[in-house]
Design a protein around this ligand. Structure first.
Ligand code: ADP
Ligand code: MG
Length: 726
């Protein structure tokens, strides 16, 4: 009797929603735990305040004396928020966030104590982080990585700790985290985009990338989730037969939010508000117990920090509500996975969205410039973009039939397709020094664009009115990785574009707008292959994409190669985002992470199959055997007819058991072989191509047994229980 399963289920069913105090007005608490401009004004002297602002706005360095003053103000503020400790908060390559708490408290002579926090502690720390992955850059015995304050992302108090967002670099200056290359890519895109934006408005002095992520996740009762070894250890289910009812009715999407989930969301929103994360929308997703949360977009570095922080906060709030938040890309087979759409655009310091179509031809030329350059950037570097979102978890989504495919293409909608066709097919402009005449040929762009919602949900990279939406990002990913690549390739593209325009202006004495149009027309022709308006999930598209020469890297080991190609390394170096060592180190870490994930999954699956499934099946089979023997006593000659079904079941169970056993043994053999491989690339490939294929086969037989064995005997929480208990 599987009493544990029923006990856990009973507890889950009996749990009530716990709503937080709803009298709190959101606008009153927004940013209350953030050391933002308001609190800085209150706690910092004027020149200290100014030096932080100019560090944020222009990246100027803060000197030690100023840092001391800022630290003192920050500490005073943090103490009023209940902080007793401080930490440098950073995003190591393990995923997640890292922190090491130090107390402000410092004993002084005579039995007294004071709170201390100086500029040195604010600006730089050695987290003694010898166990964070560094891909060989920082020898573990050196353990000399250090964290350095990033003033562009404000400090905040979470719980009783003052958290200071930092980068994490080796003492030779190499990036060991996600934030460092992102900041460099953002700087590159600022530089390149500002130069191009100046063609249209000479007063533009800064361009920021903007990011609005949409976070999908599953909520499962914690008791139920904890009773599944695969959810606990691998973050996803490795077996489980699909329930009689799945998501086919589509009744969960935009349906009313279940009570316990609602209580969790309200609590989460309150926590987010306090931390200055501007969460705005919440709703159900397609799959049962799947939800989504989205903020208002922000400057990309801040948005990335906010998403990392959110993933942390979600887990903590979930605990309070006895819910486990599953951020894995594919927690359940046969049911939609989770993604994290990255809505991205570029905005000038004058508040203009460069991907927003305008009402005048001049504004439209600006729009078309950034729009077409984005398409060109994706066209040139589609394979690198695909590599930027490659993880073991995301491999389950890309190419499965609910997620954008592993092929990167760009969707722009029928209206803009027409606009590009019109522009592309125009002949060479007559030489004309009158710039306003040149602008006459800029196609009109209907203003209804934004509301035009014939959005293609199957596209991995879609234009949605005034921004591009990179949809293939995995739900558990740190947005930095795709944002670093996207902003870097855009920077490179804009840099090349500007050079081409200047060449025409200087060499051929072409008027500015004429030159711009000329280069744009060339790009329209050159980037045709990346544009696709059809069904991205279809088989025809796979064939068509192949003809067009687009990459289709279905697995992480295959996809990651594009990150370490000669061209990619040259690009990372040219844009000063990473040097070769940093790229190689990162690749090592990503390959190792992949291998470890598959290795863990393989072990867990083997354990469950052998220690849970097979013993249960044998027990049930013994009951059947006993039954047949008794039938034989009663019916004697006739028993073969009477016990026919039972005997068939006994045979079927035996078959499944032996299949499971031999497949688990074969999988373990492949694992042993893979473990001996030295090269991390070859090892990841072996795990991908030799070990992983056994998962499906083992699962198939386990799932068949789940359907045969008495429900009361089955030890594992079933899919229907995980997905429909609320
Ligand atoms: P959906 O894609 O579900 O229809 P919306 O269109 O409302 O959702 O927007 C999704 C996300 O896009 C939100 O987080 C929003 O803040 C963000 N977004 C809107 N404009 C921009 C922009 N200019 N830059 C970056 N993100 C943006
Ligand atoms: Mg979206």
């Amino acid at each position: 009797m599987s009493s544990l399963r029923f006990q856990v289920l009973r507890d889950a069913i009996n749990r009530q929603a716990q709503y937080p105090d709803e009298k709190i007005r959101r606008s009153n608490i927004f940013g209350e735990n953030v050391f933002n401009e308001n609190s800085m004004r209150q706690y910092l002297a004027k020149d200290a305040f100014k030096s932080v602002l100019s560090a944020i706005e222009d990246g100027t360095k803060i000197d030690r004396k100023m840092a001391n003053q800022i630290a003192a103000g920050m500490k005073e503020w943090a103490i009023t928020k209940g902080a007793t400790h401080y930490t440098h908060w950073f995003q190591p390559l393990t995923g997640g966030t890292a922190e090491k708490h130090d107390a402000f408290f410092e004993p002084i002579g005579g039995g007294g104590a004071i709170e201390i926090f100086g500029g040195g502690q604010l600006a730089q720390q050695e987290p003694d982080a010898s166990s964070f992955p560094s891909g060989g850059i920082r020898n573990t015995f050196e353990a000399r990585g250090y964290t350095a304050w990033d003033p562009s992302s404000p400090a905040f108090v979470f719980g009783t700790t003052l958290c200071i967002p930092t980068i994490f670099v080796s003492y030779t200056g190499e990036a060991l985290d996600y934030k460092t290359p992102l900041l460099r890519a953002l700087q590159a895109v600022d530089k390149a985009a500002t130069k191009v934006a100046k063609y249209f408005d000479s007063e533009v002095s800064k361009v920021q990338a903007t990011l609005g992520w949409e976070q999908e996740y599953f909520l499962i009762d914690k008791g139920l989730a904890n009773a599944r070894p695969d959810l606990v250890l691998a973050g996803r289910t490795l077996l489980g037969h699909s329930p009689a009812k799945g998501q086919q009715l589509d009744d969960h999407y935009f349906g009313s939010i279940p009570e316990r989930a609602m209580a969790f969301m309200r609590d989460l929103e309150i926590e987010c508000m306090k931390l200055g994360i501007p969460v705005k929308t919440r709703h159900n997703e397609v799959a049962p117990n799947q939800f989504e949360l989205a903020p208002i977009f922000e400057e990309a570095n801040l948005a990335v920090d906010h998403n990392s922080l959110l993933m942390d906060v979600m887990g903590k709030v979930g605990n309070k509500h006895n819910l486990k938040v599953l951020l894995h890309e594919k927690p359940f087979a046969g049911i939609n996975g989770s993604g994290k759409h990255n809505n991205w655009s570029l905005a000038t310091n004058k508040g203009v969205n460069l991907l927003s179509p305008g009402s005048t031809p001049k504004k439209n030329l600006q729009f078309l410039t950034f729009f077409i350059n984005t398409i060109m950037a994706v066209s040139n570097y589609e394979e690198l973009l695909r590599a930027s979102i490659a993880t073991a978890g995301n491999d389950h989504r890309l190419g499965a039939n609910e997620a954008p495919p592993a092929i990167v293409s760009v969707f722009i909608g029928s209206q803009l397709t027409t606009v590009l066709n019109e522009l592309g097919s125009q002949g060479k402009n007559a030489k004309n020094d009158d710039e306003s005449k040149v602008l006459d040929v800029v196609p009109k762009i209907p203003e209804i664009l934004l509301d035009n919602t014939d959005r293609n949900r199957t596209s991995p990279f879609a234009f949605t009115g005034n921004k591009f939406e990179f949809r293939a990002v995995g739900s558990s990913s740190n947005c930095s990785s795709p944002m670093t690549v996207l902003n870097m390739i855009m920077a490179k593209q804009l840099k090349d574009f500007q050079a081409e325009v200047e060449e025409l202006r200087k060499g051929k004495k072409m008027p500015k707008n004429d030159a711009i149009l000329e280069v744009l027309k060339k790009y329209i022709k050159a980037s045709k292959a990346i544009l696709f308006e059809g069904d991205g999930y279809s088989e025809e598209w796979e064939k068509e994409a192949k003809k067009r020469g687009l990459s289709n890297n279905k697995t992480t080991p295959a996809a990651l190669k594009a990150k370490v190609s000669k061209e990619a390394i040259a690009l990372f170096e040219e844009m000063e985002v990473m040097n070769e060592r940093e790229v190689e180190a990162r690749n090592e870490i990503e390959l190792e992470a992949y291998t470890m994930k598959i290795q863990i999954e393989g072990r867990v699956l083997g354990d469950i199959a052998r220690n849970h499934v097979i013993p249960t099946a044998i027990r049930y089979q013994n009951r059947l055997i006993e039954n047949v023997q008794r039938l034989k006593d009663i019916f004697e000659d006739d028993f073969k007819k009477v016990a026919k079904e039972q005997m068939e079941l006994i045979r079927a169970i035996s078959n499944h058991i032996s299949e499971i056993n031999s497949k688990v043994t074969a999988m373990i053999d492949e694992r042993k072989k893979a473990n001996k491989i030295e090269s991390s690339e070859k090892q990841a490939e072996a795990y991908c191509n030799k070990v992983k294929p056994y998962f499906e086969e083992i699962r198939y037989h386990c799932d068949k047994l789940e359907l045969m064995v008495d429900d009361e005997e089955w030890p594992l929480i079933k899919y229907r229980e995980l997905l429909f208990t609320r």
